[in-house]
Each structure stands twice: as C-alpha cells, then as structure tokens.
Design a binder for this molecule. Structure first.
Ligand SMILES: [Zn+2]
Length: 480
C-alpha cells in the first residue's frame, strides 16, 4: 500500500484539501500519487480531467440510451469518436474511420404494437418483443393455439417454456403472427437476445465452426418468419375478448436497430520508416447494453465510457505530441463487446492489418471506479506486464492480481490472446453498480481515469519506441 491519500475518494469538492494533504505526505511519506501529479503538472500534461469528464458524461448520457450495439445510441457514440479523432489529426485506417461487421442479433431490436379495436398496447411494460421475433405487420383474427384451424390467423400461445418451439409449430400450421400470453412479468431476460459467448463465437465462420453447446443458446436468437409479441398478464383481457368476438387485430413489430455494428479506427503513423509498419493497438469498447427490462437507460459510465474517455485522451496526447512513436499507433474503439466480443473477434478474424505486425495490444475496460489506487493488470506478455506495472506505479497505482483471469477472458483482449498477440488488459474491476442504472458518470473517479490514461500514454510511448517488441507469454500472468 502506498500513502493514505490514495484511500481518499477524490472529487472536485475536496481537491483543495487533497492537495494540502498530498503536500504533507510528499514530505512525510513520499506519496507516489503526489509525486506523479507534481511531475505531470511541471511537464505539460496533455491529459485533462475536464475533457475526460466531458467525454464520459456525453457517452453515458440518456441521449445515447446505453449505446447498445446496432442501435442509434451506439451509432451516435461512434460518430462522436470519429469527430474527436479527426480533430486530433489522426487518420482513418484505409478509406474509412468505421469498419462494419455483422452480428447475429441486436438487443431490444424492435418495438411492438398491438391494436385491438379501440385499444392499443405499445407500452414496454405490457408488450415486448422476444429475440426470435420476425419483423412486420399483420392484421387477422386471433385464435388460441389449441384450436385445430389456425391457418391465416394470429395465434395466441400460453407461454412459458420453449416459446420459440411453440411459435415455430404454430407457424408450421399457417399462423401469420404469434402472441405469447405470459404468466408473470412480461419481460423475460431471454427477450433481449444478449449472450456472452465464451469462447466468443465466430459468426462469419458459421455454425460448423461453433463450439459445442453453443447452438442451443443461439437457437433462441434466430428470427422466425413472422412477428411475435409477448404480452403481460394484465393486458390479456382485450386479447381474450378479441378471440371471443373474432374481430381482426393488428400486430406490428418494427425494427429499430440493425444487425451490424462498427469498430472505430484512428491511426497515428509511426515516425520511423523502418518500424512504421508495426503497430501498437490501443483499444476500449464503446458499446454498452442499452435499456433494462423496464426501459430505463443503463448508462455504462464505468463500462466503458471510462475506458473510451481515457482512450480519447491518449489519442489526443500522442497526436499532438512533437515526438511521434517510431511504430504506428492504431486506436480502436470496439463495437459489440457486450454481445460476446463480437467487434474484436471480427477484427482478428479478418484483420485489416497483419496480426503479425501488431507489437502489442493494450486494452482498457472499466477503469473509473473502486479505490483510487486499485488497478488490475492482466497480461499475456511478461515484458508488457513489467512495462505496464512500472508506468502504473509512477501514477499512484498499487496493482493487484485479483480478478485477472476473469478480466482477460471477458474483454476485447481475449481474441488477441487466442492468436498469440502480446496483450495487456487494464481494469479497476467489478462493483455493485456494474450493469445497473447506477453506473452513471457522476460516480466516476475522474482523477483515476486520468491516471490510467497517463499510464497507457507512457506505456504506448514505451512500446512504440522500444527497439525490441514484447514477447507473448502463453499463460495470462498478473502482478501485485
Ligand atoms: Zn466492458
């Protein structure tokens, strides 16, 4: 443990007090945090806390609706990143700043409406779209699935288990749409179609290449040919009345997202003609998981607006620096990480640069919470780990190994490690607000994010300039 100042929660309100405490400790205990802060203040520090706060606040704002891959909020986030990278003077990779990749599904990819005479059901609290729904609008009378004749009808199913199989069976008998009558809550976690696949699934390779056991979890995400909605118990009366009277009902499922997303690229060409075809990748995923079952925004401020804010600051700092690293630095903001590392896996499967030319991959995911001195470093390279640890210690971090195996396997580092690329992943770790509505920008430790950015900046300079490339270490290792 280093000086007790690192145990304080930092905020603007206590900053003046902090500095006083820090100076005292500099004299008394030689706090690493304070020394680094002083050094940064003396040099010109291109990493600024105000910019980090502004980036994170925008990315985690309600306007971006949780940056769900395939949804408008994620596109707004990607466009914002491109504007920033352009303004720093970086270049796109090849022709474009964003490279698209396909996804099996998108979360919450549709909205639904059920019109029964004068009644319209469209509130998410009473009507939702299961992940396997098709898209479209149908008008027809409604019958229960227990009827023998369902041809040309909308079929109502008493839902529960095997909903997709039951719907498929009704479609086979001629149903034009399906209404699932749910017993309890209308929202089912399976509706969002969000699965973290471990190991990540290579969608382009097709089902034959998928690991065993994956097909079952994926089957529920494959869209049917007709629209399907699920309705809450309290909304079923108008449906039952429609069944009784035989009137035509209109069921609509409208797509609001796309089954594709993008990775965002910014390239800083290396200064050394002999080394500029080698790359250091600096990455952070910009997507999050959208809305919760009640339609509330999951802001994803720590996960991972924090990492992206630091990523932008590192990009800006290196682009504006007079001394460019000798190797090229490739900044990549990953898309669709939350669906199972889809963007980074797509990159590694069809890399726009030779993977053999990647000297190192540095990734940040969730770096803005927990105690100020806590930073986990998971590396698939002893050299990279040593360089990361040295840089992190200079910026006030006492490193811990806790959580490493989870982290390196559950973020965009993973596909690189699988392919033998020297990789390091930085995180401050999981917390109670993870994937909840409370992961908001005001709870971020901006000072901590800035120190991670400075750590990554120093590390990137080091790896970008060193004569020798880091070597790959097969077993992810950690340091404390
Ligand atoms: Zn994350």
């Amino acid at each position: 443990m280093i000086g007790s100042v690192t145990g304080c929660k930092r905020s603007n309100r206590v900053r003046a007090f902090d500095v006083v405490v820090g100076i005292t400790l500099l004299v008394v205990a030689g706090s690493l945090t304070t020394r680094a802060a002083f050094a940064d203040a003396l040099e010109e520090d291109p990493v600024t806390e105000n910019e980090i706060r502004a980036h994170a606040t925008y990315l985690a704002s309600a306007e971006l609706e949780g940056r769900d891959a395939g949804h408008p909020g994620a596109r707004l986030a990607a466009d914002y990143l491109v504007r920033e990278l352009k303004s720093y003077g970086l270049r796109p990779l090849g022709e474009s700043w964003q490279h698209a990749f396909p996804m099996l599904t998108v979360t919450r990819y549709a909205k639904s409406k059920l019109t029964i005479a004068e009644t319209t059901l469209e509130d998410r609290a009473v009507v939702t779209v299961p992940a396997f729904s098709g898209i479209g609008s149908r008008t027809a009378p409604v019958v229960m699935s227990t009827e023998s004749e369902v041809e040309g009808r909308i079929v109502a199913i008493a839902a529960g288990e095997n909903e997709r199989e039951q719907a498929l069976e009704a479609i086979g008998r001629g149903a034009v749409a399906v209404v699932l009558l749910r017993h309890r809550r209308v929202f089912d976690t399976r509706d969002v179609g969000r699965h973290i696949f471990r190991p990540p699934i290579d969608l382009e390779a097709g089902p034959a290449a998928w690991p065993e056991g994956v097909h079952d979890s994926i089957r529920n995400l494959i869209p049917l040919s007709v629209p399907v909605v699920a309705i809450a118990r309290r909304a079923r009366i108008p449906v039952l009345e429609a069944i009784e009277s035989g009137i035509a009902v209109t069921l609509e499922v409208t797509q609001i997202g796309e089954r594709r997303s993008t990775n965002v690229f910014g390239l800083l060409r290396g200064s050394d003609p002999a080394m500029r075809d080698e790359y250091v990748i600096v990455g952070a995923h910009y997507d999050h998981i959208g809305l919760d079952g009640k339609g509330e925004v999951l802001h994803g401020a720590d996960d991972n607006a924090s990492g992206v804010a630091a990523w932008l600051e590192v990009a800006e700092a290196l682009a504006s620096s007079e001394e460019r690293p000798r190797r090229s630095i490739l900044f990549i903001a990953w898309g669709a990480e939350e669906m199972g590392l889809v963007g980074s896996t797509a990159f590694c499967r069809r890399p726009p640069i030779e993977l053999a030319s990647v000297a190192a991959c540095v990734n940040m995911d969730m770096i803005g919470r927990k105690a100020p001195d806590v930073l986990h470093v998971a590396a698939a390279s002893d050299d990279l780990r040593a360089a990361t640890v040295a840089a992190a210690r200079r910026h006030g971090f006492a490193l811990t190994s806790e959580g490493d195996p989870f982290h390196i396997a559950s973020t965009d580092s993973h596909p690189f490690v699988q392919r033998g690329v020297p990789t390091v992943a930085l995180t401050s770790g999981l917390h109670d607000d993870y994937n909840t509505v409370d992961d908001t920008a005001d709870r971020l430790d901006i000072d901590k994010i800035a120190r991670v950015a400075r750590t990554v900046l120093a590390l990137t300079r080091h790896v970008g300039n060193a004569d020798a490339r880091p070597t790959f270490t097969a077993r992810p290792a950690s340091d404390r």
